[in-house]
Design a binder for this molecule. Sequence first.
Ligand SMILES: Nc1nc2c(ncn2[C@@H]2O[C@H](COP(=O)(O)OP(=O)(O)O)[C@@H](O)[C@H]2O)c(=O)[nH]1
Ligand SMILES: [Mg+2]
Length: 223
Amino acid sequence: MTEIKIQKNVLSKNDELAAELRRDFARKGVLVLNMLSSPGSGKTTLLEKTARALAGKLRIAAIEGDLQTERDADRIRAAGVRAVQINTGRGCHLDANMIANILPKLEVAELDVLFIENVGNLVCPAAFDLGEDFAVLLMSVTEGDDKPAKYPTAFLKADLLVLNKLDLQPYTNFDIERFRGDVARVKPSLPMLQVSCTTEQGLESWFQWIERKTKAKRERPRR
Ligand SMILES: Nc1nc2c(ncn2[C@@H]2O[C@H](COP(=O)(O)OP(=O)(O)O)[C@@H](O)[C@H]2O)c(=O)[nH]1
Ligand SMILES: [Mg+2]
């Protein structure tokens, strides 16, 4: 009983701060995307491709979350976009407080899109609101098609599902129709894009999704 109560308190404190962040992002007119996935699904690769494709059109920055190292922030900077790294040590997710603390390092009012690459994990990040407009869940075909049924909370939180590494599908037993069926059972309204960051197949739809949401955010803040 006590454990549940403490967890509830932590989450409600996080939610209050996340709501404040969301209001601040809305005032500044920046679209914020919380990127969730297992380690290795391709979050940083997708952000590198996105940075290179959209940098001329949109003002972009990224917050990178990992237990250790500055490596992902370095990769994003090498793609020409401002990036800051949060190291969580032993922590399995980012929380609203970490985001609030690092925001002064970014000129958020000067941005169109802020990507938050969460710690790779399909469990804890699903429980923590970061004040984002949308949660984007990235999966890859090398992870198995049974994950929607096994990890429903991440799918329930997601506003967009991106299925990556399509180029590897012939070498796996990943069944896209079975996957789609399980996704529909968990969250029938969840839209899915199919991409390969390596071959760039399908990335255009992802870029267009970002551009549409950025435009909508500028015209009418979502929350
Ligand atoms: N074959 C293939 N490999 C990919 C693709 N996207 C990413 N990768 C590779 O998957 C590995 C993990 O990618 P990374 O972006 O670091 O994943 P993250 O941990 O989710 O940030 C790297 O070796 C990438 O080059 C893809 O579409 N196809
Ligand atoms: Mg990464």
